[in-house]
Design a protein around this ligand. Structure first.
Ligand code: DON
Length: 306
């Protein structure tokens, strides 16, 4: 699709979803996120050749939150190290992202890497490999986006840490099953800090391109094998939107990962990545305007995995 068409398409999508912008509620369990103005929206599309198009607030930073979980999983699988699958499953949980209930009767093995419990285990694995999981994520995002300024928002991190009892409880519970190997507080801290990274739609779409490029990074070095890239995309499709994964597959038909900052990164394998941001969330924690925009994108282009 020519550049001018993509610009037109994104402008059309923003116009069509305008009534949804500002609807939904901002995440209120992290006080720093509760203060964000919901009436904002951005969309960016990155093509495999590195071209990037955007509309609306696409260069305004927002809180990455759970979208970090796809980068941590990719880093855990880099070099085709598949050992993470000994410690975390690949099935949709059907429960909220921060639910504890399945963990006890499934013996401390989280259902998938995208719920909080699974991400804590992946962070623990990365801390073992890289020393500091947050730094590994930041390095990757900076290199792939070309923006060396990407950083953790200290206010968001402090805000979540002050209200982090649930994730800390989860990390201790995982440790009681032997599924956290490092220091529990340090792992929970690294998890919170990677969620608190501030990024804009442009940089997020570029950083996710390896998922649309069958595992190749922007400099053409290999992040993942084509097979593991296919597999991450599959887990994103089935688990990336939590207990709304079925509805998202129905409406959008793409692998995607949401965060309570209101961002969603979606992948059209072989074609592009799409990053959207709208802070108003539905009751499952997914951006209302973001899902609506991705729905329109796949309807208007016909680009989906189905
Ligand atoms: O751990 C938490 O609850 C947040 N830092 C991330 C949750 C999140 O983004 C869920 N996504 N929709």
């Amino acid at each position: 699709m020519a550049a001018v068409d993509m610009d037109q398409l994104l402008a059309q999508i923003v116009a069509e979803i305008e009534p949804q912008i500002g609807t939904g509620s901002v995440a209120d369990y992290i006080p720093a996120l509760a203060a964000v103005d919901p009436a904002q929206f951005g969309i960016a599309v990155a093509l495999p050749n590195g071209e990037c198009y955007g509309a609306g607030d696409w260069t305004k930073p927002f809180s990455l939150q759970s979208i970090s979980k796809l980068f941590t999983l990719a880093l855990a699988l880099s070099g085709d190290d598949e050992s993470i699958w000994w410690r975390v499953g690949r099935e949709p949980s059907g429960n909220a992202f921060n639910s504890l209930v399945q963990l006890e009767y499934e013996n401390g093995v989280p259902r998938n890497p995208f719920i909080n419990a699974g991400a804590l285990v992946v962070t623990d694995h990365l801390a073992g490999v890289f020393g500091d999981a947050t730094k590994a994520v930041l390095d990757f995002l900076r290199t792939e986006s070309g923006n060396a300024e990407i950083d953790c928002d200290e206010e968001v991190a402090a805000s979540e840490e002050a209200h982090g009892d649930r994730n800390l409880a989860m990390a201790h519970f995982l440790a009681s099953y032997g599924n956290i190997h490092g220091d529990v507080r340090s792992i929970a801290d690294q998890y919170v800090r990677q969620c608190a990274i501030a990024i804009n739609c442009r940089d997020l779409a570029l950083a996710g391109l390896f998922l649309a490029r069958h595992g190749l990074r922007r400099d053409d070095t290999r992040m993942l094998s084509p097979s593991n890239t296919k597999r991450i995309n599959a887990v994103l499709l089935t688990c990336g939107m939590y207990d709304a994964a079925g509805e998202f597959a129905y409406r959008v038909g793409l692998p995607g990962k949401s965060g309570v900052g209101g961002g969603i990164l979606a992948v059209v394998p072989g074609r592009c990545t799409i990053a959207v941001w709208g802070p108003g969330l539905d009751r499952r924690g997914n951006s209302v305007a973001g899902v609506a925009a991705l729905d329109r994108f796949t309807e208007l282009t016909g680009w989906s995995v189905f």
